[in-house]
Design a protein around this ligand. Structure first.
Ligand SMILES: *[C@@H]1O[C@H](CO)[C@@H](O)[C@H](O)[C@H]1NC(C)=O
Ligand SMILES: *[C@@H]1O[C@H](CO)[C@@H](O)[C@H](O)[C@H]1NC(C)=O
Length: 228
């Protein structure tokens, strides 16, 4: 049984959506844009003038322009149950079944109630994943909660995270960093496994009726219809 849980989270993100819809002006700004250059992140250096007077501090860099605004209806958080996923996909390092196994994040998808779905919203510019993650988005969280189960070589590690930004995140009208952060926030707020366990649905062994899973998740996430 493959479980791709697609959860409707329109409510949580309503402000972002209404903003997108209310202003359809498309103005482009690469969302990778520039964290401050290294010279700005090092301690400021003010040349000393005569009599110890300091130069006025340098004018701050121009604010980063906002990302491309794209209209969409709601966000969908897509999660994977690793054991089921690896039954149908060629996982290189399938996680061993374990009582501590949890759903993992696949992606956060800006979505529309009806087709067409937003996707690949801006040019495929060079996106440096490591420049985006920082102390507030530790790689350890990505590895733990958002693993690439299809990872073949070590360099593939960033591929899932990068691809999810390029195909979906860029349609979110958010900066990459905020986009990833939001995915983690929603994921951690609603623990699907806990919701299922509370409803007597346990992993492994017996087959489960998908309607039962649907109902449990729907009530666990505040009445939104999941896609299974
Ligand atoms: C939409 O956004 C653009 C770009 O920032 C701005 O110039 C314009 O005034 C906005 N329009 C509305 C209706 O808010
Ligand atoms: C998604 O829906 C919004 C309206 O809710 C629409 O403006 C937008 O064009 C749609 N996206 C695509 C890719 O068609």
């Amino acid at each position: 049984m493959v479980i791709w849980i697609l959860i409707f989270l329109g409510l949580v993100l309503a402000p972002s959506c209404s903003y997108s819809v209310s202003n359809n002006t498309r103005y482009y700004k690469t969302p990778t844009a520039p964290s401050p250059s290294p010279s700005h992140s090092s301690p400021p250096y003010y040349p000393i003038l005569k009599k110890g007077k300091k130069m006025p501090p340098p004018t701050p860099p121009l604010p980063t322009p906002p990302p491309l605004v794209t209209p969409f209806d709601y966000f969908k958080l897509v999660e994977t149950w690793p054991t089921s996923f690896c039954l149908v996909k060629n996982c290189v390092n399938p996680p061993p079944p374990s009582p501590v196994m949890r759903f993992t994040i696949h992606g956060l998808w800006p979505s529309n109630k009806t087709n067409p779905q937003p996707r690949d919203c801006a040019s495929n510019e060079n996106f440096d994943f490591l420049k985006v993650v920082g102390p507030s988005l530790p790689l350890s969280d990505f590895r733990k909660f958002w693993p690439n189960l299809l990872m073949v070589k070590k360099t593939d590690e960033f591929k899932l995270w990068r691809d999810q930004w390029i195909h979906h995140g860029k349609c979110s009208s958010m900066y990459a960093k905020d986009f990833y952060k939001l995915a983690f926030q929603i994921y951690l707020k609603k623990d699907l496994k806990a919701i299922l366990l509370m409803n007597g649905i346990t992993p492994g062994g017996t087959e489960q009726e998908s309607q039962k899973i649907f109902d449990a998740i729907k009530s666990g996430i505040g009445g939104f219809n999941p896609e299974i």
